[in-house]
Design a protein around this ligand. Sequence first.
Ligand code: PLP
Length: 435
Amino acid sequence: MTVFETSKTKFAESRNYLAGGVSSSLRASMKPVPLYAASGKGSHIRDVDGNEYVDYMLAYGPLILGHAHDGLTESILEAMRKGYTYGVQHQGEIELAQLLCEVLPCADKVSLSGSGTEAVMLALRLARAHTGRSKVIRFHGHYHGWSDAIFTSFPSADMKGHAANNDAAVSPGTNGQSANSLSDVILLPWNDKAALESTLRTRHLEIAAVITEPVMCNSGCILPEEGYLELIRDLTKELGIVMIMDEVITGFRLGIGGAQEKFGITPDLVTVGKALGGGIAISAVGGREAIMKLVDDGVVSHLGTLNGNGVSTAAAIATIRELRKDNGAAFAHIEGLTGTLVEGIRLLFKQHDVPGVINQIGPVFNFMFTEEAEIRGFDAYNRRDSAKYARFAELMLDEGVLVRPNGLWYMSTAHSEADIKKTLAAIGNVLLKLK
Ligand code: PLP
């Protein structure tokens, strides 16, 4: 039986001073206790009780190169020795911006911020300034950060106190958020071509943007139906609406150019974060000249004391360079391992007669317990057995594997065949215990 006593003590101690004991609400849901990390290296993380885990949580996505990657650490230290942040401009910003324009198909220019939430805030502001319209279409089950203007709930069972996931009305995602803050949001079901087309055709004169995750990674890793992203692209182009692809998860994960490259759909604006900095806080908005020009000309304000600081730009440059090495061998590696893992889990489902579905794209997948043959929509996702999965995640800790309690798994370049073998054995043991 794994011991979590030190984590438990620290969590109790922390709650005396740190509201909720965690720095991001989602982390509080971890069972049996929010773990306290001692260190991480490669694909492994150690907690303060001395337990070691193969890590598929990967800090909720940023650690695409794993923990404490040697090359990335060196680049960060080198940058730090020269000063962390300057408040004036520096070469790292130019280099990173150039690289981003090179790898992101829609980016003629970019703007740098610190988090995915901030990147989405800027993208929405740019879309409104560009079109002179206010409304924004977003979709059920997608997540675009926690800013008041877009947060309609975190689409996951592992966060309590939030609005119902499939609430048809646009209700705030949390207490304390003004209901008016969402008055410009139109919430639609995703992958529903008819709903999209009729809304856009009847209301386009008030709609500034359609924002979408290219794959619904935050709710079941559900793929776009054939022709759906194309339809968003075609209609927004025709009706003068800005298409924003939120690639905070898919960016630098589905390939160097993200989902837009993989699917061959070029949005007007893209938001990237998470994997971009390899674990250091940085995000970017990239887009076509006609829109990014608004920042250029000072028509749209974009601010942030630490935006584009020396450490974050160095981390992002090093991460991108690492991912581009050897013709993108890193992506082949993480996709290959994910494929092996997913096939292995599906086999275990059969062997143990456990009803489950895995939706996967490249190195990211969602693992769901369900009696349904497939999960291709938000409603089906909400019908999954989330309590059973949360129990599964807890039992996996005893087997030395760390996964998120909501079913979303990530893979890093540091993971190995040996990690996958160990993980499959662990899953087999846990499926037996769950019976
Ligand atoms: N957009 C998407 C698609 C996300 O998944 C997230 C975070 O999970 C965000 C935006 C917000 O990013 P951050 O947590 O860095 O603010």
